[in-house]
Design a protein around this ligand. Structure first.
Ligand code: C2O
Ligand code: CU
Ligand code: CU
Length: 503
């Protein structure tokens, strides 16, 4: 063989080998990126967070105590995972209050670092909101108080320290806050907590030995994605039920994972409520998508002796090929198994009418604002603790247009208010977006229009937040601040709080 020919052969071989290695490597990454826990054998009884104890003061104020603390939990037998929790090792008790009640929560921080507790979905004064301006130093107690003034709903609470929300929630700081009202008391809905009315706090998780692995995947910019799910801190959970109708209060408390819930046998369920409360009428569906922070109340009908699995299916509208595969859109999870007893208590049929929406219409809006979502910031700006981005007038309704301006999945959450989704890409929203919402999924290319009313109280010096609830995005600055002021008033000066206690 001539020397040239030998060199050419060698080069070709090298090219082919490198090509194959790269292609194989990509194929490996590609197939490895898709996660599925379909077919899970459900082996642990579902934990139900206890209802928080409270005391009622002579003036009628209901007082709760929440202590943030470190602990450890045996998620898998024989292995203790270091965790954080409220009043316990992992997650927190379910707080419960009625519309019209005055509530007060004594939040004690016994962690080694500062944090906050935010009341997600709650309408309350900005100073009580528990955002990044209400830091609780280690050893300190913060005591927010407010009057519950909104419809019955499944809200939740979690920390909100700027830049560290993702890890604080992942370690276990989250819980539910249920609100009741006259309507919810009157309606014949499943309502025995932990029996036919179940909190379902869904989180994805990954372990590294005994410890949590909070690392982000190399190929994805959505934030943490786990390789399995747990409900209320229980892996492979099953729940035995003894009623024909079971109400699930679904909360996506994951930090970046979007779920597309349905049942493995594709049975229908009734959607009865969204983030901010009951729908006007139940809607029969077989799938519902929930992005981080969103809630849905669904009712499922069981037959004696049967089992069914709540599953998260691959996403339909998650963006391009890359996002779908590497950002979690193609994943499947078997989340929770319901096991019906051989004899079931009969449940009354669902009421024809449920709640009443207390939301403005688009025509009520006195002004519009636009929010362009990019991982690099909202409207081209990263969060600044000392900058007020928007000033709204107390008592007025507004329309906010929110558009995803990059290819990455985002969502949008607004503190203090519940909003009506007026449009999704110019069209009427699907049933799951027709109720009261405080968080809405905004995948690549989507534009949503939201109508909300700011009823105050005014506080020009203390901002509320709006942000992407994929917590890694929030942490890196996909957040902005708004203040509610009286007509004609200007935003005050918002201070950057100290970030280290003791200064
Ligand atoms: Cu659930 Cu600003 O957060
Ligand atoms: Cu919130
Ligand atoms: Cu985002």
């Amino acid at each position: 063989m001539s020397r040239l020919k030998r060199v050419l052969t060698l080069l070709t071989t090298v090219t082919v080998v490198v090509g194959l290695a790269l292609g194989g490597g990509f194929l490996w990454l590609y197939s490895d990126a898709k996660v599925s826990t379909a077919g899970t054998r459900f082996s642990q009884e579902l934990a139900v967070p206890p209802l928080a104890k409270s005391t009622v003061k002579s003036d009628g104020t209901r007082v709760f105590d929440l202590t943030m603390r470190a602990g450890s939990k045996e998620f898998r037998s024989g292995r203790q995972t270091p965790t954080w929790g409220f009043n316990g090792d992992f997650l927190g008790p379910t707080l419960r209050a009625e519309r019209g009640e005055k509530v007060r929560v004594r939040v004690r921080n016994t962690l080694g670092e500062e944090s906050t507790v935010h009341w997600h979905g709650m309408h309350l004064p900005a100073k009580m909101d528990g955002g990044p301006h209400q830091m609780v130093a280690p050893g300190a107690t913060w005591t927010p108080h407010w009057t519950v003034d909104q419809p019955a709903a499944s809200l939740w609470y979690h920390p909100h320290p700027h830049g560290r929300t993702e890890t604080h929630v992942q370690r276990g700081l989250a819980g539910m806050f249920l609100l009741d009202d006259d309507t919810s008391a009157r309606l014949a809905l499943p309502k025995r907590y932990g029996v036919d009315d179940l909190p379902v706090i869904v989180q994805d998780v990954r372990f590294d030995g005994a410890k949590f692995d909070h690392g982000h995947k190399m190929m994805s910019d959505t934030g943490f994605l786990g390789d399995r799910t747990m409900v209320n801190g229980t892996l492979e959970p099953y729940k035995e039920v003894g009623d024909e109708l079971v109400r699930l209060r679904l909360l996506n408390a994951s930090t970046a994972r979007v779920y597309h819930f349905g049942f493995a046998d594709s049975r229908q369920f009734s959607l009865i409520g969204t983030d901010g409360g009951l729908l006007e009428k139940a809607v029969a569906m077989d799938r519902i998508q929930l992005s981080p922070g969103e809630r849905a109340e669904v009712v499922v009908r069981m037959k004696p002796g049967e089992r069914t699995v709540l599953r998260s299916y691959p996403q339909k509208n998650y963006g391009d090929f890359w996002q779908s595969r590497f950002g979690g859109g193609d994943d499947t999870f078997d989340v929770l198994e319901l096991r019906a007893r051989n004899t079931l208590r009969p449940s009354p049929g669902l009421p024809a009418e449920l709640g009443r929406l207390e939301l403005p219409k688009g025509s009520d809006s006195e002004r519009t604002r636009f929010f362009g979502l990019m991982t690099s910031g909202i409207n081209g700006r990263r969060m600044e603790m000392g900058r007020v981005d928007e000033t709204v007038t107390r008592g007025t309704a507004e329309t906010w247009t929110v558009r995803n301006d990059d290819g990455v999945p985002h969502n949008f959450h607004v503190h203090d208010v519940q909003f009506r989704v007026l449009e999704v890409d110019g069209k009427q929203p699907p049933p799951e977006l027709r109720g009261a919402k405080d968080t809405v999924f905004v995948p690549a290319g989507r534009t949503v229009k939201l109508a909300m009313r700011f009823t105050g109280p005014a506080d020009p010096d203390t901002p509320y937040m709006y942000h992407c609830h994929l917590l890694y995005h929030e942490d890196i600055g996909m957040m902005g601040q708004f203040v509610v002021v009286e007509k004609g008033q200007k935003a005050g000066s918002v201070r950057t709080p100290h970030t280290h206690p003791g200064h």
